[in-house]
Design a protein around this ligand. Sequence first.
Ligand code: NDP
Length: 421
Amino acid sequence: MSRLLVIGCGGVAQVAIQKCCQNDEVFTELCIASRTKSKCDALKEKIEQDGYSKTKLSTAQVNADNVQELVALIKSYKPDCVLNVALPYQDLTIMDACLECGVHYIDTANYEPEDTNDPEWRKIYDERCKKLGFSAYFDYSWQWAYDERFKKANLTALLGTGFDPGVTSVFVAYAKKHYFDTIDEVDILDCNGGDHGYPFATNFNPEINLREVSAPGSYWEDGHWVEIPAMSIKREYDFPCVGKKDMYLLHHEEIEALGRNFPEIKRIRFFMTFGQSYLTHMKCLENVGMLGTEPVMHNGVPIVPIQFLKTLLPDPATLGPRTVGKTNIGCIFRGKKDGKERTIYIYNVCDHQECYKELGSQAISYTTGVPAMIGTALVASGVWNGRGAKTTDEFDPDPYMDMLNKFGLPWVVVENPVLVD
Ligand code: NDP
C-alpha cells in the first residue's frame, strides 16, 4: 500500500506508470506530475479506459526545476516515494525537495546540468575530469554527496533504476551472489536491433542521448579510467535473437558505481550498437554544430542547437507503432568460482512490437520503465531498505530479478558465451 508521485510524462514515464498500475497491490495511489499537464491527463484517461488497474490516479502540473514548487506539490499530495522520470537536469532539485519533505527518491539517470557553461559547475567538472580521468558531463559525485543527508533522514535515494544503469548493475550483483567468488571482467552490451524506418531518430530523449553518444568513450581498468576518442573502439558481436551488429565502446554511468562498489573487478567496459547510417547522421550534425549545448544567436533570438534539433526529430514516445525488431541488453562476466575460471552471459531480449501491443511503447522506453517501477516498488514496500544515496548493485538482487521475470523482462544465464576481445 503506497502512494507514489511520478515526475515526468515522456516515453519512459508512460511505461513506468502503466507498470505501476499493473502492480496495484503496491501502488494504490499515484499522481502523475509533469511540465505539460495535458500529457498526464491523457495517460490517466488511457489507463482508466483500459480498466485493468485499481490504482487511484491523479495529475498535476509542476516545474521540477523549482524546489519550492516541488515541495508544495509533495506536501499537498503526501507520497511515500517520488519517482523522477523527467530529465537528469532535475535530479538535484527533486532530491532536495524529497529531503525537505521526508520522502524516498528514485531515478533512472544520474545528474548532469542543462547548462554546461555554468561557471560554478564547470569549475567542479574541470577538477573532476583531471582527478578521475573521464570527461562525461554526468557523474555520480553530485548525487553521492546527498548520501549522509538521506541516511540521517532515514530515507533511500535509489539512483539509476532503468535498464542500463539499473538492471545491468543488478546483473552484476546477481552474478557475484550466485555464480562467482571473484569477478575479473564485465562487458555490458546494449544492442538495439530495432528499426523505426526514419532516416534518423533517437530512442529516448534526443538531447540526453546525443550528448551521451557523441562524448569520448571510457572504460575502467585496474582501478582507473581509460578515456578514448568517441567511437574509436569498435567490435562486432553476434547477439542472441538479434544477430551480428557493430558495437562501440562508450562511457556509461554504471561503470562508475560498479568500479567503486566492486573493487575486485579489473576491467569494466560498456558497448552499444549503432548502424553506420546513425553514425553518419550524428557526425554530420556534430560537424555543422547542431549538437552544441551553448545558445547561438539566430535572427536576434538565442537558440540552443541541440534543443532545436530535438524539436525537429521524432518524439521517441511516438516511435512505438513503427519500430520492429528486438533489443538484447546484458552483461558478460569473466571470473573465478571454486578456483576455476568461469564465464557467463546474463541478458534480456525484448521485442519492440510486443511492447507496443502491451503498452503502446517501443522497447527502449519499455526496458527503462519496467525497472523504474521495480526499483520503486522495492523501496516503497520496504524490501530494499538500505538508507542513503545508493545504486541498484548495492541491494539484494534476487527480488529484483524475480520481478523482471514477472513484469515483462525475462532474463537468461548462458555459460561459456563468446567473449568480446
Ligand atoms: P522524454 O523527453 O520523453 O520525457 C521527459 C519528461 O520530463 C517529459 O514529460 C517532460 O515534459 C518532463 N520534463 C522535462 N523537464 C521538466 C521540468 N523542468 N519539470 C517537469 N517535467 C519536466 O524523456 P524519456 O522518457 O526518454 O527519458 C526520461 C529519463 O529516463 C531521462 O532521465 C533519461 O536519461 C532516462 N533514461 C534512462 C535509461 C536507463 O536505461 N537507465 C534509458 C533511457 C532513458 P514535457 O512533456 O513538457 O516535455
